[in-house]
Design a protein around this ligand. Structure first.
Ligand SMILES: [Zn+2]
Length: 705
């Protein structure tokens, strides 16, 4: 028990914001919920209940871990792996509900709890991952796993857990563990330094002007927002802040060439001014340090280490995949450059547009070839129609699911709707909620997550939710969506299906607990049904008249998806390759000059295209230097290959049928991370995936020929 106190003390350093709070039976998280599907009792939970429940949950989980680690009985699969899977139930109960409200419906009290708990949850994870006695038991079982007669899922759990511990350095000698700890500390300091510098640099690189002519082309709303921005910074005139990408959306509209040039140059050089906010030395050291870390852990480079538990498994596989996409994509970008010259009022005599002008002239091409009027389209995308006759309809046709709205289940906010999802034979499968409308106290974007994860071991069925930020209509008015919003609904519901179809024993292998290069596959796959003719015709009906959308308008929506894809995908591939170039450096490589490195990396990967800069430059590539996407930016595109190929398989096998849906559910969607994912996918498909459907979907298939 002494050990437990030491560990507990390590995560109790900070002052608790609510020191008098007690945890007892009156706390709604104290016992498992008695509501259907054990969903959280939001009618009883007060803000002040979260923190004591989370703290008690952490203490309980640490005690459980210590019992497992110090068990005098010899290690067995049951007393180690299964016991670990059973641990932390109070913590998960409280944390899952807190995670929901702190992102979708927060307030100052919840924000305080979040600040307080964030480092403590990280320490909890460390206390488990770095527990040497626990690892010794795991290793003992791992070493003789072949002789234990384990079923396939249990064997996967042993291999997965062992891999996670080893990845974190559990197999290192004590002195190497110390070295790793120092490198981890330096890495985290550098990541924070990068973030701080970049934030300052980005703010300083905002475009400011007192000349209204410079803003010619922006809408009244955009100009008013720019005036507000200037006011907030105590400046005269107008101010346009930078987004984190190289290209800035305002460049689409700004008519003044000099303004465009200035904004682009502000963006491109934002963190390269040789001042205190220059990130280049930080980036160079981060790349070097990560290579050193990988070498210490026994890998040739950082990507090789971090991809071991991904579907791609090796950087070579990811790079080979990206390389194959480059020729068709850059050829398409070149043909788009020609199109700009032919179809826009781009000055004749000049060669390709420079990056600062691309979006402006491309917009003219879009208007000439791909335009449709949002206000014409929206009356055909009424939210309830899209949900019930689109999203639910596709799930019914493919998987036999039915949906019953449950008004008796407590919700975290009055706009939230809850549905019970039943299987084809009427068996309850899951609870699914949607929280679709924008609120000031909600994070931006859209996401899916679970309040309760599926597990046969714990006897739990999934409680899943989707959150989005659609415009809320005035009372009594219908919610009319854009096609982007429609696609978002199908996307998040696709994640939801992955979670709801989960049919696994162990919670840590269940549902959406899959690697990054696989996790977007089920969601992006589900997007395809939004424009599948039989589904589209079923939901895209005028909310007043019930008339189907005119065919020419529907065709325009589909066609618009291929606009500017050569450019957009070249940008994305350049950033993806740049990420892998940085993270396949050897530990022995000298400290790099980021500008030189970047130029050479783009040349090496045939992505040095004068009119298409990478989506992020090394000096402001936040995803890979601070947000945890290092050696993982390729994952979006990898998942896209999987989903486009999967949809093509459906198209080749009779389309939207129950037989196809059930097979996909049985072999993929229900399997979580219980199998090697490459094997799972290839077995389902009948071969390895190719990049052809991806190129076709992006309208790139004939390019480069
Ligand atoms: Zn997603």
């Amino acid at each position: 028990m002494i050990l437990l106190l030491t560990v507990a003390a390590a995560i109790c350093g900070a002052q608790t914001p609510n020191p008098d709070s007690k945890f007892g039976p009156s706390n709604p998280f104290y016992a498992p919920s008695t509501l259907p599907f054990q969903t959280a009792p939001f009618d009883k939970i007060k803000d002040s209940d979260y923190q004591p429940a989370i703290d008690a949950g952490m203490a309980q989980q640490l005690a459980e871990i210590e019992l497992i680690a110090n068990n005098p009985a010899p290690p067995t699969f049951d007393n180690t792996f299964v016991a670990l899977e059973r641990s932390g139930q109070l913590f998960n109960r409280a944390w899952n509900a807190f995670n929901l409200v702190s992102q979708a419906n927060t307030d100052p009290e919840l924000e305080k709890v979040q600040d307080y708990e964030a480092p403590r949850t990280a320490a909890l994870a460390d206390a488990i991952d770095l527990n040497p006695k626990l690892f010794a038991r795991i290793k003992a079982i791992y070493d003789r796993r072949a002789t234990l007669g384990l079923d396939a899922e249990s064997l996967r759990l042993v291999e997965y857990d062992y891999q996670q511990f080893v990845k974190a350095g559990a197999n290192l000698s004590d002195s190497d563990k110390e070295k790793l700890k120092k490198l981890n500390e330096e890495e985290s300091t550098l990541e924070n330094t990068f973030m701080t510098k970049l934030l300052n640099a980005t703010t300083a690189a905002s475009f400011s002007t007192t000349d209204p002519k410079a803003l010619d082309g922006l809408s009244e709303g955009q100009i008013a927002a720019a005036a507000e921005e200037a006011k907030a910074h105590k400046q005269q005139g107008w101010m346009l802040p930078l987004l984190n990408t190289t290209q800035q959306p305002d460049l689409t509209f700004l008519k003044d060439h000099a303004t465009r040039e200035k904004i682009f140059e502000n963006s491109w050089n934002r963190a390269e001014h040789g001042d205190a906010n220059d990130t280049r030395s930080t980036v160079a050291r981060l790349a070097q340090l990560r290579a050193e870390k990988a070498a210490l852990l026994g890998y040739p480079n950082y990507a090789a280490w971090t991809l071991t538990d991904q579907m791609a498994q090796t950087p070579e596989a990811a790079i080979h995949f990206l390389d194959a996409l480059v020729p068709a994509t850059t050829a398409k970008a070149a043909s788009e450059a020609k199109e700009i010259q032919a179809l826009s009022d781009f000055p004749s005599g000049e060669s390709a547009p420079d990056p600062a002008d691309w979006e402006f002239y491309a917009e003219q091409v879009r208007k000439a070839k791909y335009d449709y009027d949002e206000s014409q389209v929206k009356p055909y995308f009424e939210l309830n129609n899209v949900l019930e006759k689109g999203v639910f309809y596709a799930a019914h046709e493919l998987y036999g699911l039915t949906f019953k709205e449950r008004k008796d289940i407590p919700v975290w906010q009055p706009d939230v709707r809850v549905f019970e999802v039943d299987d084809a034979d009427g068996t309850p499968l899951a609870l699914w909620s949607c929280d679709y409308f924008k609120r000031d106290n909600k994070n931006g974007g859209a996401w899916e997550d679970s309040l309760v994860g599926q597990s046969k071991l714990l006897g739990t069925l999934p409680v899943v939710y989707n959150v989005a930020n659609f415009e809320k209509p005035a009372p009594g008015q219908p919610a009319l969506l854009s096609f982007d919003d429609v696609t978002t609904m199908f996307h998040e519901f696709g994640h939801g299906l992955h979670a709801m179809f989960a049919n696994t024993k162990y919670p840590s292998l269940s549902g959406t607990s899959v690697p990054r290069d696989f996790v977007e596959f089920p969601s992006q796959f589900n997007e395809h049904w939004a424009s599948y003719p039989a589904v589209f015709a079923n939901y895209a009906k005028h909310y007043k008249t019930g008339d189907p959308m005119p065919a020419d308008l529907a065709a325009k929506i589909v066609k618009a998806k291929t606009f500017n894809q050569g450019y957009d995908f070249t940008e994305l591939l350049a950033a993806s390759e740049l990420d892998l170039e940085w993270h396949t450096l050897k530990a022995s490589a000298p400290l790099q000059d980021p500008d030189v490195f970047e130029q050479e990396a783009l040349k090496r990967t045939h992505l040095s295209v004068s009119y298409v800069p990478p989506r992020y430059r090394s000096s402001y590539f936040l995803h890979i230097w601070q947000e945890g996407y290092q050696a993982g930016y390729y994952a979006y595109t990898w998942s896209e290959m999987l989903d486009d190929e999967a949809f093509q398989w459906f198209a080749d096998h009779g389309g939207m049928t129950r037989a196809n849906g059930d097979r996909f559910r049985r072999m993929v969607l229900s399997r979580g991370n219980t199998e090697d994912l490459e094997k799972m996918y290839d077995t389902w498909l009948g071969r390895k995936p190719s990049i052809k459907p991806l190129l076709k979907n992006r309208g790139l298939e004939d390019a480069g020929k």
